[in-house]
Design a binder for this molecule. Sequence first.
Ligand code: 5AD
Ligand code: SF4
Length: 468
Amino acid sequence: MAPPRKLHIKSYGCQMNVYDAQRMVDVLTPQGFVETASVDDADLVILNTCHIREKASEKVYSELGRLRLARDEAAQSGRRMQIAVAGCVAQAEGEEIVRRAPVVDVVVGPQSYHHLPELLARADAQGRALETEFPVEDKFGFLPQPRPETIRARGISAFVTVQEGCDKFCAFCVVPYTRGAEVSRPVAAIIADVERLADNGVREITLIGQNVNAYHGDGPDGRAWTLGRLLQRLAAVPGIVRLRYSTSHPNDVDDDLIAAHRDLPALMPFVHLPVQSGSDRILAAMNRKHSAADYRRVIDRFRAVQPQIAFSSDFIVGFPGETDVDFAATLALVTQIGYAGAYSFKYSPRPGTPAAEMPEMVPAAVMDERLERLQQLIDAQQSAFNKAAIGRTVDVLFERAGRKPGQLVGRTAYLQPAHVFPGPGMSPDALVGQVLPVRIDSLERYSLLGELAATPPQHARPLAATGA
Ligand code: 5AD
Ligand code: SF4
C-alpha cells in the first residue's frame, strides 16, 4: 500500500470556510491523504480563501509567495508539493491567480470541492487544473460523509451547511457573485447529517449559510420548510442539546423563527443579526431593503418571546457617502440595542459590486477614527455583558479538557468560554459533552471562571447587555 500523502489546509474567513475545509478533508481521506499541521511536510497544501474584503484576498497572494519557497525546499529533498487555491478568491479570480502565482496547481471554486481528486489528477497530467463553474449537480450529494472517528476527533460541536449563496445583493458584498444564487439543501439530507453527527458524539449543531434564515429546503411533506421548522425538527434528534444558526438577514426573520426561539430550549438565545449601519440613508444606499427602525422591530420580536436573548452584529464604517451624521446614527443604534459583541469593518471596495462604482469614498483617516470609536463602544458593551455573568449560575456545555491539569473548558449559551476545575474524583473527560450549571466567580479577559454548581441556572434575570 502506498504511504499516506499529507494534506495541509489553511482556511480564511467565515464559518462556511471552516466547514468546507472539513468537507475537503472528507473528500481526500479516501484518496489516501492524512492531515498534517505543518506546511513543510505536506504533499498537498490547500488555501481555502476569503474574498469578502481586500485585506482578506491579498493575504492569499502573500501566502502563495511563502508557499513557493516551501515548495522549492521540498523539491530539493526530492518531494513534490502540490498547491491548490479553493474558496471565494478562487471563484472570483481563477485565471488571475494562475497569472499572478504560477506556483498554483489547482484552482477550485466552492461549488466544486467534490471534484478535487479529478482536479489533482488532471494537474498531475497537464500541469494545472482550474474549475470555478457553478455545476448543476448538488455537491452535497457527492461529498463523502466523514468517518465516525473523524467526527469524534472534531469534537462535540459541529457546523452543518443548510443553504449557500445569497440573492440579497447588498451593494458592497461579493457573496452573491462568489457563492452564487441562494440554494437550500433538502430537509431529509440535513436530518441525516445531524443524526450521524449526534450518533458520533456531537451535542451542538450550528446551521450555517450565507443567508441562513432564507432557508427554504424541500421538506419530506413535499413543501418548502422554513429555518424555524427545520430547527424544531432537529431539536428532536436524540443527543442534540444545543442548536444555533448563522448568519441571518433581518428581512428574513419570520414567525416560525420567532416561534422556535419561544418553544425550543435547545435553541440558544444568541443571534448574529448583522445590520451594517444605523443610518437609513446609508442602509438604502447599501441596498439593505430595511430601515434602522425595521431592524429594531425585529430585535423586539425576538426579545418579546425570549427575554434571555442577546445579539451580535456586523457593521461597516465608511461606506461611500457616509457622513458624521450617518455615523452618529450607527453609534445611536448600537447604544439602543446593546450587543453582547459585534464585528466592525472598514468599507473595502470589491470589484464588480455596485458600491465599488460609487463616488464619495470616505477618507482613510476618517474611516480609522470611526472604526476606533465604534469598536470602543462595542467593546464596552461586550465587557458589560460578560461582567453581568459574575455571581450567576449559567449553563455550560463542556467541550474539552483545558490546558491546565484538571481543567475543563466549555461555552455558555452566549459562546463565552467558561473554565472550571471539577475537582478530585471527577474526570474532566467524562464531563465533556454535558451541559452543567456553573457558578461564575470572575472574568479573565473574555473567559468566565467558575465552579460546578449543584443548583440549576437562574433564568429569572435577563442577561441582556445594556447600552454603554
Ligand atoms: N467591505 C467591508 N466589510 C464588508 N463586509 C462584507 N462586504 C464588505 C466590504 N466590501 C462585512 C459585512 C458582512 C461581513 C461578513 O463582512 O459586515 O456582514
Ligand atoms: Fe452579502 Fe449578507 Fe448582503 Fe447577502 S445579505 S449580499 S451575504 S451582506
